[in-house]
Ligand binder design. Structure first.
Ligand code: BEZ
Length: 388
């Protein structure tokens, strides 16, 4: 009798446990999108969300067999609000996966929260080196780049083009500092040097005094990190100051991605380095560009590629565990080990969780960033400080 009762109870418990986990797998996967929807990076946030959702729609609305339920927070690209914002998604909405963000300072706060709560985090843009360096973790992967990667590649290219004395200009926060440091490292390796670094606070656009200093110093070239609305203003101001004719302006591709219509003539012929070029003529890129244009009546850019690939990387992990997020190590392995068939070209993910990818040299022609050559093949971030 006692045994029977015991058996009955354990059978009931077993039933509860298995139906509980079946429920967890059958229930929608809660995805928390923490992106900028206002401010200088607003258009980047929208593009990432669009492309993430495009990939999910192409999979019939499911990843790893699970429907997707979205939760959204506008992070305003404001690091001082980032911890509160990410906790809304983790603690209030109980999301299973965090996707975000664009701004490095915001993403650093997200990475700390993801580590503290063991929440899965997929980063669709922000390049802060520490996230796949000293703060690297098995539950964090990036579909984009580190700030070092395109900067370093542009330094190599500028050196090869004979730039001996360069200046840099950027916003004074992690992305700008790391991007210009990468450029300096590449340029020094290629025989040049940076004579002066200029900066202003994010997201300021009062460039005039700094442009006057560039004109006075007459370097062989200028490397600038700006993105979104700030990149539009900077490239226009640089041309309006008459500098574009005499001192070539270089940058990571963010300077001209998603901005060309607004920059118009001021950006023509600019050379930048990035892990994407609009005209890559591969079946994958052609299909992606067509699908994005049909869905959103707009041309995709690097941010769209990164949003799309964030969903792909998540899908690679979820497929391996049949949508069961509790199999964390299997998930982490699959997200890293499955090569990503991206519109940018196939790439792999390093143990630290960052793409190992070709960095292209591109030239602005009309409204396109056109492929010129591979600046650095299969470039892997050094992942300084990562113990994985
Ligand atoms: C960043 O903050 O990491 C970032 C923002 C926009 C474009 C590229 C990098």
């Amino acid at each position: 009798m006692t045994t029977n009762v015991g058996l009955t109870i354990s059978t009931m418990l077993l039933g509860l446990v298995s139906s509980g986990s079946a429920l967890a797998q059958g229930a929608p996967l809660k995805v928390g999108l923490m992106l900028p929807y206002t401010g200088t990076y607003a258009s980047i946030g929208v593009t990432i969300e669009n492309a993430f959702k495009l990939y999910v729609q192409e999979q019939g609305g499911k990843l790893g067999g699970r429907e997707i339920q979205y939760f959204k927070v506008d992070d305003e690209s404001d690091p001082s609000k980032a911890t509160d914002n990410v906790n809304k998604l983790i603690k209030r909405d109980n999301v299973d996966v965090l996707v975000g963000s664009v701004h490095s300072g915001v993403a650093l706060a997200m990475a700390n929260a993801a580590r503290a709560n063991n929440t899965l985090l997929v980063i669709p843009n922000a390049g802060a080196e520490a996230i796949t360096g000293a703060l690297c973790a098995r539950n964090i992967v990036r579909s984009s780049f580190t700030n070092w990667q395109p900067g370093y590649a542009m330094g190599i290219v500028a050196g090869q083009k004979g730039v001996k004395r360069a200046m840099t200009i950027t916003w004074n926060y992690a992305a700008g500092v790391e991007s210009t440091r990468g450029f300096t490292e590449g340029l020094e390796k290629a025989g040049g040097k940076v004579i002066k670094d200029l900066n202003l606070p994010f997201p300021g656009v009062e460039f005039q005094a700094l442009l006057t200093e560039i004109a006075a110093q007459k370097p062989d070239g200028v490397y600038a990190f700006f993105a979104g609305g700030g990149a539009v203003k900077f490239v226009k101001d640089y041309a309006a100051a008459g500098l574009a004719k005499t001192i070539p302006l270089y940058g990571p591709g963010f300077l001209t991605d998603g901005t060309l219509e607004a920059q118009g003539a001021s950006a023509q012929s600019m050379l930048t380095t990035l892990h994407y070029a609009d005209d890559l003529s591969t079946p994958k890129n052609n299909a992606f560009r067509k699908a994005y244009a049909i869905a959103y009546k707009a041309q995709p850019d690097v941010y769209a590629v990164q949003g799309y690939d964030a969903a792909q990387i998540l899908a690679n992990g979820l497929r391996a565990v049949n949508g069961d997020l509790s199999k964390r190590e299997q998930l982490a392995v699959a997200m890293r080990k499955t090569p990503v068939d991206s519109p940018r070209g196939k790439f792999t993910i390093s143990p630290a969780g960052n793409p190992v990818q070709d960095i292209y040299l591109r030239e602005v022609r009309g409204n396109n960033n056109v492929f010129v050559s591979i600046a650095v093949k299969a470039l892997s971030d050094p992942a300084r400080g990562c113990k994985l």
